[in-house]
Design a protein around this ligand. Structure first.
Ligand code: HEM
Ligand SMILES: [Cu+2]
Length: 567
């Protein structure tokens, strides 16, 4: 009561006695128990990168086996296990979840939020992913799966592959699937509800658009594969015959379900990459992004069309011509919104003041590498051409141009661009450039020639080939390229280790960025922002810098630019 103080001679000291308050965790427990989107984001990035290295080592072993004709380095079984582990790891444990890692760290920062909408669910997503990876890799101690990343029926049936490897694969799909699904719902809720004041849909950073569409595609596609692998599980263990033709089931049902998920999965992997590129290009061209609305809209259109093309993976199955034509034309159609993006990116570079930072180099490397992958995709969408090329190395070349060109190069662009924000230190530009050139050259040496290997008729997923024509030479070149590529990746890892300790201190905004993550300190505090500015355009940081400059010039006395310096 206010009157009580009048009778007291000494002022009361407010006493707060807290009972049962736990000290904040420090050390490794602070990571295991965290629900902070930034820590979860870093755990995603680090653990998926570990899987990238595992998948990369598997790729190198595949390439070593193929470096010589009639090689006996690996047995056929081990070879099958390696390409299955490689493809599955790269897709389910590296590219898809690393995009969730970037999304986790940067979406809340870019929209001016303090965390994700459901922080505990977010932690659950991460631990489900880790569980999936552990279950899957545990299979190497008994019998790894041998059915390729597509696990086609009837090969995946217990008649042909009775070992538990396929079951480990099924559990990987389930666990990483639940992880991504929960994560996707979280991204959607965060982006829909937690944007800073003034950030309408039309002012949202393009990376957030990409993550939004990524989330929607995951929500639409994942239940289908989850159902498909559940049917496979019951076929294998509980006497059902969904995919067993001899009992009235249909192996083609698997292919339809798998690719109804599988093609959108491709866009799930590359759309966030497109988002990263759309953030980096304008910053290092010192120009606003060209065609913001067109890029955002084409992301949505690509996702929609991406749901209508799945059977272009099934051109060699018996289908009526009209069906083949439909899937050919729908696949062609995707080139239109993709072309819209390409032209807008090039127009962003056009007449810009380009700064060739490592992030920008990776972004430009992405542009033309992905373009080649897109063009070979159009070739493959012509079904008579596909009849010739399906299951050859031409397809392996195409898919790596898309996945390495589209996803991996943009992931590396993102690492170089955002490392200062996550750590407070710059990544070395010298080592970065070395890494970029090794990776780019290594990549094209490895995969360009695989188009020729495929055109010469070498099938994919075979552990040996005869010494005919130029096959041995071509394969040797491809293997050499893969080691150059691996060296490039290694240089970045070394760069990260050195820069974590010795990198130059970056400050909050080393690149003069456009988006809100650069508004806060590097690394950001637990609550991200003490206050969030009102958003007035797609480039809030430019607005803020302009405002600061205006205030400074208003305050400072007008100085004659020609006047000699006095001190
Ligand atoms: C690091 C460089 C890489 C090399 C040298 C490499 C090499 C290979 C090779 C030679 C094959 C064909 C195996 C065969 O058909 O017998 C293959 C398959 C595959 N790779 Fe890669 N790869 C690399 C990176 C990646 C990345 C980053 C991804 C995905 C994002 C990826 C996804 C796949 C997939 C999905 C397959 C098909 C697996 C299957 O047939 O089931 N690869 N890779
Ligand atoms: Cu496809």
């Amino acid at each position: 009561m206010a009157t009580a103080t009048a009778t007291n001679t000494t002022a009361a000291v407010p006493q707060i006695v807290a009972h049962g308050v736990e000290k904040p965790n420090t050390g490794w427990t602070s990571w295991v128990t965290t629900t902070d989107h930034k820590k979860i984001g870093i755990m995603y990035l680090v653990s998926t990168f570990v899987f990238f290295i595992l998948g990369g080592v598997e790729a190198l072993m595949i390439r070593l086996q193929l470096s010589q004709a009639d090689n006996t380095l690996l047995s056929p079984e081990v070879y099958n296990q390696l390409f299955t582990m490689h493809g599955t790891t790269m897709i389910f444990l590296f590219v898809v979840p690393i995009m969730a890692g970037f999304g986790n760290y940067f979406v809340p920062l870019m929209i001016g939020a303090r965390d994700m909408a459901f922080p505990k669910l977010n932690a659950l997503s991460f631990w489900m992913l880790t569980a999936g990876g552990v279950v899957f890799y545990a299979s190497i101690f008994f019998s790894p799966p041998e059915c390729g990343w597509t696990c086609y029926s009837p090969l995946s049936d217990d008649t042909y592959l009775p070992s538990g490897g396929v079951d480990a694969w099924i559990f990987l799909i389930h666990l990483t699937g639940i992880s991504s699904l929960v994560g996707a719902i979280n991204f959607y809720a965060t982006i829909a509800n937690m944007r800073a004041p003034g950030m309408g849909w039309g002012r949202m950073p393009l990376f957030c658009w990409a993550i939004l569409v990524y989330a929607i595609l995951l929500i639409l596609a994942l239940p289908v594969i989850a159902g498909a692998v559940t049917l496979l599980l019951t076929d294998r263990h509980f006497g059902t015959h969904f995919y067993d033709a001899s009992q009235g089931g249909s192996p083609l049902l698997w292919q339809h379900l798998f690719w109804f998920f599988g093609h959108p999965e491709v866009y799930i992997m590359v759309l966030p990459g497109f988002g990263i590129i759309s953030e980096i290009l304008p910053v290092f061209s010192r120009k606003p992004i060209f065609g913001y609305k067109a890029i955002a809209a084409s992301t949505v259109v690509i996702a929609f069309l991406g749901l209508l093309v799945w059977a272009h993976h099934m051109f060699s199955t018996p289908s009526p011509t009209i069906v083949l034509v439909f899937f050919m034309l729908s696949s062609f159609l995707i080139a239109v919104p993709t072309g819209v993006k390409m032209f807008n990116w090039i127009a962003t570079l056009w007449r810009g003041t380009i700064e060739f930072t490592v992030a920008m180099l990776f972004a430009i490397g992405f542009l033309f590498t992905f373009l080649i992958g897109g063009i070979t995709g159009i070739f493959l969408a012509i079904f008579p051409v596909d009849w010739q090329l399906t299951d050859t190395y031409f397809v392996v070349a195409h898919l790596h141009y898309v996945l390495v060109g589209g996803a991996v190069l943009s992931i590396f662009a993102g690492i170089y661009y955002w490392f200062p924000k996550m750590t407070g230190r710059m990544l070395g530009e010298g080592l970065g450039k070395l890494s970029f050139w090794l990776m780019l050259i290594g990549f094209h040496v490895t995969f360009l020639i695989q188009h020729s290997i495929g055109l010469d008729g070498m099938p994919r997923r075979v552990y040996e080939y005869p010494d005919v024509g130029n096959l041995e030479l071509y394969n040797l070149i491809s293997t050499i390229g893969s080691f150059i590529l691996a060296l490039g990746v290694l240089v970045t890892i070394i760069n990260v280790v050195i820069s974590l300790k010795k990198g130059a201190v970056s400050g909050p905004d080393p690149w003069k960025g456009n988006t809100l993550e650069w508004y806060t300190t590097s690394p950001p505090p637990v609550n991200n922002f003490d206050s969030v500015p009102r958003i007035r355009s797609v480039e809030p940081m430019k607005d803020i810098r302009r405002q600061v400059l205006r205030q400074q010039t208003e305050k400072a006395p007008v100085v004659d630019a020609e006047a000699p310096a006095t001190a």
